[in-house]
Write a protein that binds this ligand. Structure first.
Ligand code: MN
Length: 272
């Protein structure tokens, strides 16, 4: 499979070189081309935050050599930004690609892309309000995807779990596979299972987490993992476990963006 795209900076450079052609085409076919030109202007602060999100998720051991995080383009909602296929800890600004919602590289190019990028594109298509997506293989959540034991909110930091965390069964969509979301169809099936929820587990594979910002999706990924660890400990103690009830979950889910934690994590991850 040829899964290559140019880096973000590479695309920008080529756009500069062929800029005259883009202008001429834009005059001829209008809005589509204008959208493309505009797409070259992602806010550098957003790219920096995406780099930070990659490094934070690695530092918090939510991703290792695998897993990825993306953010919807700040000016073109039909595009998103994601690293080329490298380990999140290694990501720098030069590694960020711009993809459309079919997860095809804007402007072509030959950088290797994540096989499972369709997770991101198909969720952005299905959920217009979602601004950021994380896919991980967080070890602590795996047992909850394979046992029928439901992940439930055990403390206030993970109240959003009370909004619902469905489990995606890939066999229902495609029979026996290698478990990977390799196609737009599988991405769409996962997005259907996710529905309007903040996260979904992927049986025998990992999780997908969504949010309205990078700070929220990173915070949710961290506290999803922490909740899974604590819940397993509580269950192992025996006896009945008291979880947040629906109303408590709804009220704490409003904590939202985890801004204070994000500021700390970003400072550490970026060495500032
Ligand atoms: Mn995966």
């Amino acid at each position: 499979m040829n899964t290559k795209a140019s880096t973000y900076s590479g695309v920008a450079r080529r756009e500069f070189l062929v800029g005259g052609g883009v202008l001429l085409a834009g005059a001829l076919i209008g809005a589509a081309r204008n959208a493309r030109s505009e797409s070259m202007t992602a806010d550098p602060a957003l790219i920096e935050d995406l780099v930070a999100a990659n490094r934070i998720l690695a530092a918090l051991e939510i991703v290792d050599g695998y897993g990825h995080v993306s953010v919807r383009h700040d000016k073109n909602p039909d595009h998103y930004l994601i690293a080329r296929s490298i380990a999140p800890e290694s990501v720098g600004a030069k590694d960020i690609l711009e993809l459309d919602l079919d997860s095809k590289p804007v402007g072509g190019g030959d950088a290797k892309m994540y096989l499972e990028r369709f997770i991101h594109g198909e969720i952005y298509k299905a959920r217009p309000e979602v601004k950021a997506v994380v896919h991980n293989h967080s070890a602590a959540v795996i047992p909850f995807g394979v046992t029928g034991a439901a992940l439930r909110p055990i403390y206030h930091m993970a109240g959003f779990i009370g909004l619902g965390v469905p489990v995606f069964e890939i066999r229902d969509a495609a029979g026996d596979t290698d478990m990977l979301i390799r196609t737009p169809e599988l991405g769409a099936a996962l997005a259907r299972t996710l529905g309007d929820k903040p996260a979904a587990l992927m049986r025998g594979h990992g999780a997908v987490v969504v949010g309205d910002s990078l700070s929220q999706v990173v915070g949710r990924s961290y506290y999803l993992q922490m909740n899974a660890k604590l819940q397993a400990q509580a269950m192992a103690l025996g006896g009945e476990v008291t979880y947040l009830d629906t109303e408590e979950a709804r009220k704490t889910a409003g904590f939202g963006s985890y801004d204070r934690a994000w500021d700390l994590w970003k400072r550490r991850a970026m060495g500032k």
